[in-house]
Write a protein that binds this ligand. Structure first.
Ligand SMILES: Cc1cc2nc3c(=O)[nH]c(=O)nc-3n(C[C@H](O)[C@H](O)[C@H](O)COP(=O)(O)OP(=O)(O)OC[C@H]3O[C@@H](n4cnc5c(N)ncnc54)[C@H](O)[C@@H]3O)c2cc1C
Length: 548
């Protein structure tokens, strides 16, 4: 067995980003033939409490663009209640009005929003980043060992890319997205198609109702509800509905995260320490809320330890490693960089809700649902739901996540109006697309019916529905924060980085963000990483002086 590893990585925050930081460090260590010890400190009790364990993430190149409204739009949307089209205001969090971070966030969004040139540049870099991120997911899968490939397949991983062999079929880089209850749905679809074509996704197109049914018969109910007959008797979409064939993938992070942790544990292996004890090279330490960092000296440019809530003992390296680094990935816990004494760009939480259903299937109907397996996004006015539905463990699994409201630095709660209302909306949207499944779940015919709070409660009581509300962590410019960390005296920390504020696209953008963040340690990063590192600096503000 090997002796103590040469390299050490300490990660603060055990979300998808923190885990990807470990994976990339592991790949690098292998490349340079060094051994690695990695420790992740996570405040939650288990991995199933972290944000993405409650989601069914969609993988798209523009996933990150959908959350922070630009400039004056934010103020306009804040005047509209979350359940009205375009609204993001909540009324049952009164402390939000006087929250300094929320006020600062709104101010900086407005300031930066008026600069057209910087907005266009940021959007261009985000889209390039998204495209590179999609390629990286595919590359990681294609080059992974068979064990990780198996984990990704079991986690319903489907990559987003131009179809292999030009084959126009589901699960080959493209998927069907549904749009309905949207005035002039065709225009929305055409805009989407034009944006993806600009990113060189060449196969995008509008699908007719019959083309949708051909590809996915489980969408027949949706198609018949939302179509009509054209002049020549052909079946066409109603004006407010349409389907788009577009690049898009998915991964079931609820399944992926625990398996990935076990994989990292196995791959990093074990070592014998100086006292002859066998130790794991990879550890994820739960219930370790990092509350403070300590430094080598008063210059505060080199971290040498961490302190945890409820524990006065400093955790520092007892043994000299050839390299020892800290990466801060606090995600939903916005403001944490600031609280720990670092610069953090103006930040806010944008709440989102998810609903997961596990519907038992009577024996005689099992065969009818065995082929259910789709992933998509379903769009309504002001609502986009990431969606995965499939036959799993002899049940129908349907997971959806999305919707948004501005919460500033406050945490959303499952009992608040936003979560309750959006979960009910989600249940109704599932019923509008897959009424047969909801009828089975509720034991009554729900086709064309509007479902109520008591239906949702009934599903929760039957252990069929799991409701959840959580947050996307966003910086004022909607850009992720990546690369070097700076202390409050503007000094760069030599042995620390951050990868955070991934907003609505933290799964899609996880690999590319971590890859770019790591480039902060290189002398000549590639052009895209250079742009990302400039725009994502952790000491940026909306004032022209530091806008890059
Ligand atoms: C409803 C909803 C739907 C979404 N859908 C999609 C989607 O379809 N596709 C997509 O790509 N993205 C999606 N996202 C966004 C994605 O979930 C986030 O961008 C992603 O979770 C960011 O990952 P992260 O690791 O940075 O943060 P998180 O997932 O929030 O993880 C951060 C972790 O750090 C821990 N932590 C924080 N501070 C400390 C501390 N001081 N000490 C110890 N631990 C700490 C937290 O407990 C947490 O577990 C969605 C988000 C929401 C809310």
């Amino acid at each position: 067995m090997k002796s103590r590893p040469q390299r050490k990585l300490s990660v603060i925050g055990g979300g998808i980003i923190g885990l990807m930081e470990v994976y990339f460090e592991f790949l690098e260590s292998k490349k340079i033939n060094e051994t690695l010890r990695a420790t992740v400190y996570e405040k939650n009790k288990t991995i199933s409490e972290t944000t993405t364990a409650h989601l069914v993430p969609s993988l798209t190149p523009d996933e990150i663009l959908s959350v922070v409204p630009r400039g004056e739009d934010l103020s306009k949307k804040l005047k509209i209640l979350f359940n009205e089209p375009g609204g993001i205001r909540v009324d049952d969090v009164p402390e939000l009005k006087n929250s300094k971070p929320a006020i600062e966030f709104i101010k900086q969004v407005q300031e930066i929003g008026s600069d057209e040139k910087s907005h266009n540049h940021r959007t261009k870099v985000l889209l390039e980043m998204g495209k590179a991120g999609m390629e990286l997911w595919k590359y990681i899968y294609d080059t992974a060992d068979s064990q990780l490939q198996k984990i990704m397949r079991e986690s319903n991983f489907n990559s987003c890319h131009e179809p292999n062999n030009n084959k126009d079929k589901l699960y080959n880089g493209y998927r069907i997205d549904l749009i309905y209850k949207v005035a002039d749905a065709k225009k929305k679809a055409e805009n989407m198609i034009s944006e993806y074509k600009q990113l060189n996704y060449s196969q995008c197109k509008i699908l007719s109702p019959n083309e949708v049914i051909d590809r996915d018969p489980f969408l027949s109910d949706f198609c018949s509800q939302n179509s009509t007959h054209g002049k020549n008797g052909e079946i066409i979409w109603k004006n407010d509905a349409i389907a788009v064939w577009r690049p898009g993938g998915c991964i079931d992070t609820q399944i992926f995260l625990p398996k990935f942790i076990a994989y990292l544990k196995e791959k990093l292996g074990q070592y014998i320490n100086e006292s002859g004890k066998v130790k794991d090279c990879f550890r994820i330490k739960f219930e370790r809320y990092v509350s403070e960092v300590t430094y080598n000296d008063s210059k505060k440019d080199k971290i040498n330890g961490l302190l945890f809530f409820g524990n006065s003992k400093i955790k520092h390296d007892k043994y000299p490693y050839s390299s020892s680094h800290y990466v801060f990935c606090p995600g939903e816990n916005v403001g944490e960089l600031n609280r720990l004494g670092f610069h953090e760009p103006a930040y806010a939480r944008f709440a989102g809700a998810s609903l997961m259903l596990n519907i038992p299937i009577p024996l005689q109907k099992l065969d009818a649902f065995k082929k259910l397996n789709h992933y998509m996004e379903v769009h309504q006015e002001g609502v986009v739901l990431a969606w995965q539905a499939r036959f799993k463990d002899n049940k129908i699994f349907i997971g959806v996540a999305g919707t948004k409201a501005f919460y500033g630095d406050k945490k959303p709660d499952i009992q608040q109006a936003f979560a309750k209302n959006r979960n009910l909306l989600q249940l109704n949207m599932i019923n509008e697309v897959l009424p047969e499944c909801i009828s089975l779940a509720l034991g009554k015919n729900t086709k064309g019916q509007s479902l109520t709070d008591s239906d949702l409660t009934c599903l929760e009581q039957k252990n069929i529905a799991i409701r959840w509300v959580g947050s996307r962590a966003a910086a004022y410019d909607g850009f992720p924060t990546v690369g070097s960390l700076y202390n409050k005296e503007h000094t760069k920390i030599k042995n620390a980085r951050t990868t955070t504020h991934l907003s609505s696209g933290g799964v899609s953008f996880s690999l590319i963000s971590v890859k770019s963040s790591r480039k902060a340690e290189e002398n000549e990063p590639d052009l895209l990483s250079t742009d990302i590192l400039k725009l994502g600096r952790s000491d940026r503000t909306s004032t022209p002086r530091s806008r890059l």
